[in-house]
Design a protein around this ligand. Structure first.
Ligand code: IMP
Length: 211
């Protein structure tokens, strides 16, 4: 049985951008989002071997510490020709300076080394795993992806991370060339295109009161 989120929800992130995005998405459903940062919670080590388990580790730690339902996400980019790298290490590839130009250049270097120069050899997808954990150990988990190809040189200055290199299937502009509403926006305003938007739609279906 799926469980609905009502009342207060802890957002287990220290990233202000993610918190703002979640608050906006949850407000119409009558859910009040409080952040792990505001509650002074630490960040657990992400020791999982996939996106889903890392999201669960973060949500469970916050639910146990606060005795409230807690939400966490984990995401990254999976490059087929690189055997799935950087995957769950997507943030780490940018190093402590969070240099995503360097991380994208690293991906390109490895693709060139493997002779992946045509679009059919340069396929990739973004993954978003979402987890809500309750203090009694109940979990709700969803995962979604968006498929595309990697372009070089990177295009556009919008978004973050690997966006300028990622051309979603069926589109002519990279995520770096799209407004946030086009990339992440949910219908009726947006297309619900990104991995995060798609995962959120799934979570809303099972865990949120209809608006
Ligand atoms: P985390 O989910 O906070 O662990 O971060 C995962 C990393 O994946 C981010 O730092 C980005 O590098 C990358 N990533 C996840 N989602 C996106 C996206 O929508 N666009 C670009 N990069 C992303």
């Amino acid at each position: 049985m799926h469980r609905r989120i009502t009342g207060k929800l802890v957002i287990a992130t220290h990233n202000p951008g993610k918190l703002a995005e979640m608050r906006e998405l949850l407000a119409p459903h009558g859910v009040e989002a409080v952040s792990a940062g505001d509650l002074g919670l630490g960040e657990p080590d992400e020791t999982g071997t996939d996106f889903r388990s890392n999201a669960a580790i973060k949500a469970i730690a916050a639910a146990q510490a606060t005795k409230l339902p807690a939400f966490a996400d984990d995401s990254g980019i999976v490059v087929d020709a690189l055997d799935g790298a950087p995957g769950i290490y997507s943030a780490r590839w940018a190093g402590p300076a969070k240099d995503f130009n360097a991380a994208m250049a690293q991906i390109e270097r490895l693709l060139q080394e493997r002779g992946a120069t045509t679009p059919d050899r340069r396929t990739a997808h973004f993954v978003s795993a979402l987890c809500v954990a309750w203090p009694d150990d109940h979990l709700e988990e969803v995962e979604a992806r968006v498929d595309g190809t990697l372009v070089w040189p990177p295009r556009g200055t919008a978004g973050f991370g690997y966006d300028p290199m990622f051309l979603p299937d069926g589109h002519t502009r990279t995520f770096g060339e799209m407004e946030s509403i086009e990339k992440h926006g949910l219908p009726p305003l947006g297309l619900g295109l990104s991995h995060r938007a798609r995962a959120f739609v799934k979570l809303a279906e099972i865990c949120l009161e209809p608006r």
